[in-house]
Design a protein around this ligand. Structure first.
Ligand code: BGC
Length: 780
């Protein structure tokens, strides 16, 4: 269709004014309207109404993409909202991700058109242009994280003509790919007083979303402040100290009452991570009613897991709640402090994400932005669309004056020092591969292959750099320096529940800043992590290449994997099997990624056993290795150890926070005891992969991706007397269930038509099963 809408804005909007514009267009509809379609997008987030009725129940539209390169347009059938004669279309635009941290732009703008088709074949279009009026309304200020100031006394007036926006007008307009973000579960707030006597509401669940507020008997101009936090401190006070990152303005609503007998309010363009709200400005419980609304990408729930240990059942639901709390159009680390679109977290968790909910479209959309924002060097952002580097050229200039180290996002940018980080950048290889496995959709590999390859080549180039700190090491002496990656900054295991290394303690004791730490670590490198993950990416890339018929690449990266693997075994694993004492991660990593020779394997396993014992069968792995810990132990025949760690109720361990009342996954195992860091960090929820694939035993296979073929290999262990899981595939439901009675195992399964299951029971029985229901008895 030949239409030419303009990006329109409020003439006074800008970096300092930060207006929240309301656009209005009055128009007339002739008789015999056949259909009406609205096409809309914004720089910022929009809420649009026709004749006072919301056009959509979708929230946070147009979603978050790498706006300078692609921006989504939504399409709505609005026939039913129009009437013959005069009509009014009005739209409010809030900051959203466009102006969050001033990341993309200073000015909010609207773009779209309304298409009116009549039964006689004629057509009218109304496009965004200077014929729109603009004003500001009751939303005085809005920020995704800081919150919203809303003055219910304000009614938009003083309309002036909207103007054409001259700021960067974003990238290609594309059809929306987002899984719609919706208001999902609601939780009624229970009023209580915290230890200081503050009026607090407890919603019973930590979520990301916002509140619906009903007020009674207010006075005009009275201000109600609502703060959102994740927990009460151990001594019973409302506080956001664990998750606000020291920010002054954080997750707060300021509502100025209109002074009606009853009034209601729901935030428009803000989302908070919370379980509790603190209400100021009201004396009494009776004057306010709060309901919490969980808001996230409406992904279908696909997997269920339950067993005889109720704490494990809660663990699965906590992971699901953290997924819901962090998958709002893009995945973020936590819905509170950072809200960064961290790649490492998503990489670690993506397979669990697919077990719990259908994330096919969600990751499909997100990965495309990774490709777009990949740096020319092949480096991949630690966050994308980048929330850790700035897109807006003027903003970069402005901020670089205060902070010369500030980094620029996008292909032409210079990138953040963390963006060399293995494990984070390797998300470009891992996520599409896992999505292919879980959904059988080869387009994940086809589309992402080049991105994955460019990243791996980048890491391989960095691997060739020399680090003078290690010049005496035998890998340099023997001419194998090209296969040990000992340079650059890497986040590494991140968050191992262990005391920091002495050098790091010294650095901070001498007044070092986090930036000094990063600079120091960039000199030290992390050979045993960086080499391992580059090996893994070569290996997976070779597999992907094979699947895509790229034989040359399959051989090339396959050979590189072998060379790196040999070097790893030779130089990074000592003759006695020690890799790094006091840590479990190095052993788990090397074993999981197949980097240990047959000769050293028993020694490495021995060291691992020693480490587990020394830690009292608590885990001490960090971000990267925790997901591998339990599967590796089971594969090595150390099932008892695996279950002991899994069912451990003291910190560090998955069940400890649950005993203390956690309803989501924590960033730190002892976060609730110490009241520190995020209480809604999904990464460690990746243990669900073990529950589905080992305890319940349903395992996807690459020779029948998307569960066309799968294994059923239940692992019976720990205190469990029964376990069951089910999973919805495109073929139908898979079910796997076992129970133990008097040393005998009863195993039940359901295999969807069109699939093939390879069952292995603990007593060695093997069966190949086609569609149907089955029951087996087995010994242990
Ligand atoms: C985030 C993590 C992230 C990490 C990088 C943290 O501050 O919360 O989830 O992956 O930084 O190591």
């Amino acid at each position: 269709m030949n239409v030419s809408p303009k990006w329109i804005c409020h003439p006074q909007d800008g970096r300092e004014t930060r207006l929240v514009p309301v656009f209005r267009r009055r128009f007339s509809v002739k008789s015999s309207l056949k259909s009406a379609v609205l096409h809309l997008t914004a720089h910022g987030l929009y809420e649009t109404e026709i004749n006072g009725k919301a056009v959509t129940r979708n929230r946070f539209t147009p979603g978050f993409t790498s706006y300078y390169y692609r921006i989504q347009v939504q399409k709505y059938d609005v026939t039913g909202l129009l009437q013959q004669g005069s009509n009014e279309w009005s739209t409010t635009v809030g900051d959203g991700w466009w102006r969050w941290n001033n990341n993309f732009g200073y000015v909010l703008a609207l773009y779209g058109f309304l298409e009116l088709n009549y039964t006689d074949g004629s057509r009218d279009t109304i496009v965004t242009d200077g014929q729109f009026d603009v004003s500001t309304g009751p939303i005085i200020r809005t920020d995704l994280q800081k919150g919203e100031i809303y003055d219910a006394c304000v009614i938009p007036s003083d309309w002036i003509p909207a103007v054409v926006c001259t700021e960067h007008t974003g990238g290609e307009l594309i059809e929306t790919q987002s899984v719609p973000v919706r208001e999902m579960e609601t939780f009624a707030g229970k009023a209580l007083r915290d230890r200081a006597g503050n009026l607090v509401f407890d919603f019973g669940q930590n979520i990301a979303g916002y509140i619906r507020m009903k007020l009674r008997n207010t006075k005009r101009g009275q201000m109600i402040r609502i703060k959102h936090g994740e927990a009460l401190t151990p001594d019973g006070l409302f506080s956001t100290a664990n998750c606000d990152g020291g920010k002054q303005e954080f997750q707060e609503i300021r509502y100025i009452c209109a002074g009606r007998e009853e009034e209601a309010y729901t935030p428009h363009f803000a989302v908070f991570g919370f379980h509790y709200c603190l209400v100021e400005g009201l004396e009494d419980f009776n004057d306010v009613e709060l309901t919490a609304v969980a808001v996230y990408s409406a992904m279908e729930e696909t997997g269920k897991f339950t067993c005889s240990n109720p704490l494990l059942n809660r663990l699965v639901e906590n992971a699901r709640w953290s997924q819901k709390g962090n998958f709002l159009d893009v995945p973020v680390d936590c819905p509170t402090r950072e809200r960064n679109t961290w790649t490492g977290d998503a990489m670690i968790y993506c397979r669990t994400a697919a077990w719990l909910m259908n994330v096919r479209e969600f990751f499909d959309k997100w990965l495309r932005d990774q490709t777009i924002e990949q740096y020319a060097s092949g480096k991949v952002g630690i966050t994308f669309p980048s929330t850790s580097s700035i897109h807006h050229p003027e903003e970069v200039k402005r901020l670089q004056e205060q902070n010369p180290g500030l980094t620029v996002a996008g292909p032409d940018g210079n990138g953040h020092i963390g963006e060399d980080s293995v494990g984070w950048g390797d998300s470009s290889v891992w996520i599409p591969y896992q999505m292919y496995l879980m959904y059988g959709d080869i387009s994940f590999l086809e589309r992402q292959y080049d991105t994955a390859k460019r990243w791996t080549d980048y890491s391989l180039r960095c691997m060739k750099e020399k680090n003078s700190r290690y010049q005496k090491e035998s890998w340099y002496q023997n001419g194998d320096g090209d296969y040990i990656y000992d340079t650059r900054f890497h986040y590494g295991e991140w968050n191992e529940p262990l005391p920091p290394e002495p050098e790091i303690l010294k650095l901070f004791a001498e007044g070092g800043t986090p930036a000094d730490y990063v600079a120091y670590m960039a000199q030290v490198g992390r050979p045993e992590v960086a080499t391992a993950y580059t090996a893994r990416s070569c290996h997976i890339l070779a597999e992907m290449a094979g699947m895509l018929g790229k034989e040359g690449d399959a051989v090339y990266y396959g050979n590189l994997f072998e060379k790196i693997r040999t070097a790893y075994d030779r130089y990074l694993i000592a003759e006695n099997g020690i890799i790094r004492e006091g840590h479990q991660a190095p052993y788990i990593r090397a074993l999981a990624l197949n980097l240990v020779s047959e000769k050293k394997k028993p020694l490495v396993i021995n060291q691992l056993k020693k480490e587990l014992k020394a830690a009292g069968y608590h885990l001490n792995t960090g971000f990267l290795s925790t997901v591998y810990l339990l599967p590796v132990l089971c594969d090595l025949g150390l099932k008892d150890e695996a279950f002991q760690i899994l069912e451990q109720t003291e910190a560090p361990g998955w069940l400890h926070p649950i005993i203390l009342g956690a309803t989501t996954m924590l960033e730190n195992w002892d976060g609730m005891d110490t009241f520190r860091d995020s209480f809604n960090h999904y990464s460690f929820g990746a243990v669900c992969e073990f529950l589905f694939e080992y305890v319940a035993g349903i395992r996807p296979r690459f020779d029948g991706p998307g569960f066309q073929k799968f294994d059923l290999r239940p692992v019976i262990g720990g205190t469990l007397t029964w376990a069951k899981a089910e999973y919805k595939t495109t073929y139908g439901r898979i079910r796997s269930e076992w129970s133990l009675k008097n040393g005998e195992l009863t195993y039940l399964c359901e295999v969807p038509d069109g699939t093939e299951a390879h069952l292995l029971l603990p007593d060695g029985q093997r069966h190949i099963l086609q569609g149907g229901y089955y029951e087996f008895k087995a010994g242990l």
